[in-house]
Write a protein that binds this ligand. Sequence first.
Ligand code: HEC
Ligand code: HEC
Length: 215
Amino acid sequence: MKPILVLAGAAATIAIVVALMAPTLSRAQEAGAPAKTLKPVSAFDSIADEKARSIAIFEETGKVLLDPRCVNCHPKGDSPLQNNLAKHEPPVSRGEANFGMAGMQCTTCHGPTNVDVVGQAATIKSIPGNPNWHVAPIEMAWEGKTLAEICVQIKDQNRNGGKTLAELVEHMAKDDLVGWGWNPGKGREPVAGTQAEFGALYEAWAATGAHCPAS
Ligand code: HEC
Ligand code: HEC
């Protein structure tokens, strides 16, 4: 009897150790992809020319801006996109206020937080959620645009919701809907780096004149 009890004890210990280790795996690792990273602001210190430095910093933030997690909600058409810029299923319309149509509001399906879909056979692993879940207004469409075009557009107060440069930086660094990109729910790859690193890059971009790439 005794040796079997010892063995069972060892197995239980191993199971506990494995369980304790599991939460240290990042979401990206769980999804089978390496985590995407952002360079820190200091990586651009060696670029002496201020305008060139500003542009290089902006281009680094483009890793996030052009990610489907952001572009899916900044579409050029009437409907949001999903996964890798695919059509939203079921079909939905932005409606007059960008919160969907009567009877088919975004919040009919999207709750205040991400909700896991349970069951081995489920093809959709989770439904994204946020208390403010709705599609970006049409003048803020990024789908199909170059990074240079998006740069000019997000600085343009006629197309960015009237934001000053400081407010734009604040939005990137702190907005909760933007922040969803780093916490997109099971089955979706988060955007690169962290929102704090992303915000720091925008601060450095603004401090160096907020220059945009030429094309
Ligand atoms: C669920 C949909 C949704 C997602 C996901 C989303 N956005 Fe937005 N975004 C909006 C809406 C709605 C607005 C306009 C309302 C507001 O300013 O909060 C907006 C506005 C913005 C603005 C302000 C002005 C402009 O010119 O676009 C920026 C900047 C922005 N989003 C960045 C991002 C970034 C970066 C990501 C990805 C990390 C992202 N958004 C993901 C819905 C979304
Ligand atoms: C009938 C239910 C339903 C309605 C209404 C709905 N959605 Fe969705 N939406 C979903 C489901 C389910 C998913 C997850 C699909 C998947 O992961 O394959 C999803 C995914 C998304 C995604 C993709 C996130 C990503 O990066 O992959 C976006 C963006 C989105 N919805 C925006 C909206 C917006 C904005 C509205 C309102 C105009 C809306 N949805 C209305 C059910 C709905």
